[in-house]
Ligand binder design. Structure first.
Ligand code: SF4
Ligand code: SF4
Length: 233
């Protein structure tokens, strides 16, 4: 039987920077319709991983590089999910790749609110990859919130990873909430409608641009929790 360690090593070899395993039992609080077994009824484990989003994209004076890198991160992470799933099936393990961004099926037109078929941020928490910040982004100890998440759902029980025990947000910090020009953050959730009005824009030539990343950039932990803590020492 293929081990948790072997699968995680292969996912890293395919280009992920971090990878963890969550048994399906950890998803008991998932909303109806968004549980791993709603996607793949025989799912036993979720293998969740992330690739590092280059920090330089936050230094640019235009959001074009950030948009380019976001699009490449989607391609990269989906490529990893596709190839890891394909390889696992040659070893007799059924594996369902989860899209890292699109397509998603749930859409609430009134609220301009979409939802992935599986919440990768919550799956990341359950697989030990980090903790959720008040900006609703997953924060990892090495990479902070500069990560792009992916996952595959597999048909076998795998040794789980421990859930992260480090602290996330600085308790009194509200920087991301206060800095959001749309007041879209309340410390727990994000109002997608308000956020999209600001963060989705089009150039005069019709190109799509992700035009806001303030809540990611303003976070003192965007470079990683450990790096920031070491700087304080
Ligand atoms: S991306 Fe911009 S508009 Fe959207 S929540 Fe973050 S700071 Fe607010
Ligand atoms: S800016 Fe502060 S409150 Fe927001 S996610 Fe970062 S540490 Fe948490």
């Amino acid at each position: 039987m293929i081990s948790s360690r072997t699968i995680k090593k292969r996912v890293i070899q395919y280009g992920a920077d971090i990878c963890g395993v969550a048994p399906v039992a950890r998803f008991s609080d998932a909303p109806k319709g968004f549980h791993p077994c709603d996607i793949y009824p025989d799912c036993r484990s979720a293998v969740v991983f992330a690739s590092h989003f280059p920090l330089g994209t936050l230094q640019a004076r235009t959001n074009a590089p950030y948009t380019l890198v976001r699009n490449k991160m989607v391609e990269k992470v989906d490529w990893i999910s596709f190839h890891a799933s394909d390889e696992l099936e040659t070893k007799g393990v059924v594996s369902v790749p989860i899209p890292s961004a699109d397509p998603y099926e749930y859409w609430d037109t009134d609220r301009n609110h979409g939802r992935g078929i599986l919440s990768l941020k919550h799956a990341g928490v359950l697989a030990g990859l980090g903790v959720l910040g008040k900006n609703t982004l997953l924060m990892n100890e090495r990479f902070g919130n500069m990560i792009w998440l992916g996952a595959i759902l597999v048909s076998i029980d795998l040794e789980p990873d421990p859930i992260a025990s480090y602290e996330g947000c600085i308790s009194e910090c509200t920087l991301c909430i206060d800095s959001c020009p749309q007041h879209a953050l309340d410390g727990v959730t994000i109002d997608q409608k308000l956020c999209r009005e600001r963060s989705n824009s089009y150039t005069k030539g019709g190109g799509w641009v992700l035009s806001c990343n303030i809540c990611r950039k303003i976070c003192p932990y965007h470079e990683g929790l450990l790096k920031k803590q070491r700087k304080k020492e």
